[in-house]
Design a protein around this ligand. Sequence first.
Ligand code: FAD
Length: 292
Amino acid sequence: MKIIDLITKDTLSLSFEVFPPKTETSLESVKNATEEIAKLKPSFMSVTYGAGGGTSKYTLDIAKNIKELYGVPTLAHLTCVSSTKETVRQKIDEIKAAGIQNVMALRGDIPETLRNDDRSKWDFRYAIDLIRELKEADADFCIGCACYPEVHPESENQKDDIKRLHEKVDAGCDFIATQMFFDNNLLYNFLYKIREVGITVPVIPGIMPITNANQVERAIKLSGSFMPQRFKSLVDKFGSDPDAMKQAGIAYATDQIIDLYANNITNVHVYSMNKPDVAKKIQMNLSDILGK
Ligand code: FAD
């Protein structure tokens, strides 16, 4: 099932993200977490490609399981930076052979070791190169791309960043998924700006429930996201009490989702980070709204 056909409903639905393990030893526990999350029957589940500490090796395996064992539509992430055309084409063939219809086309972060490389020699410099490759493949993929309500760290300004996003959509992206944010107003401003320039495809906001104080620093480092005072106060108050912090972080994320839905956004993607308990609690908090 294509994501584009799943997210255009009137009622709220949630999707969840998992990331593959670093080593084979933790593969089983990731698969178990995936199963628990899949049992919540989200609208879809995404599997990252080497992000969040995981490796790309198991992405397809896990994505295939989600679809085949639990009947949940999957979105397989794929990055292209520093890859050759040959490797990327092989990956695309594997995704197609696995029967996965939804692909999140990403550039990926540039590895430290390649920062001074001559990038003009790379087969893939930007996500748009991968989108073009996916469009050329003999497959009818539903393609997603990333966006940054607070501007990608490498962009000079938001205008340029949105221009690049527009190019990705014109190259064939069916939907856009956002970087995490902790202040919904940032998303609303961003949506206004992209709609104004004529980007009309659906945008799926990504919400990261922060469940422990250490995660705050990591999340900011990873995303450069702005932390509103309301959120900082919550970390100050509960940061040293793990259970209270978890409850407060889940309540904050729930509140963000309710506000998004109140503003007519019907699918919210939750960065549940392989934590079924967090996914379950968020879903439980919203049970009447979700009708589950
Ligand atoms: P691009 O769209 O290529 O943009 C990167 C930068 O280049 C931006 O500043 C953009 O404005 C600029 N740019 C784009 N096109 C051009 C052009 N033609 N000319 C000049 N400048 C241009 N990383 C992973 O490794 N694995 C994952 O699974 C993963 N999942 C993600 C999911 C989401 C929803 C998001 C938001 C990010 C994810 N990331 C993941 C992180 C992502 O790979 C990084 O943020 C990366 O730095 C940029 O990827 P991109 O696809 O947005 O790149």
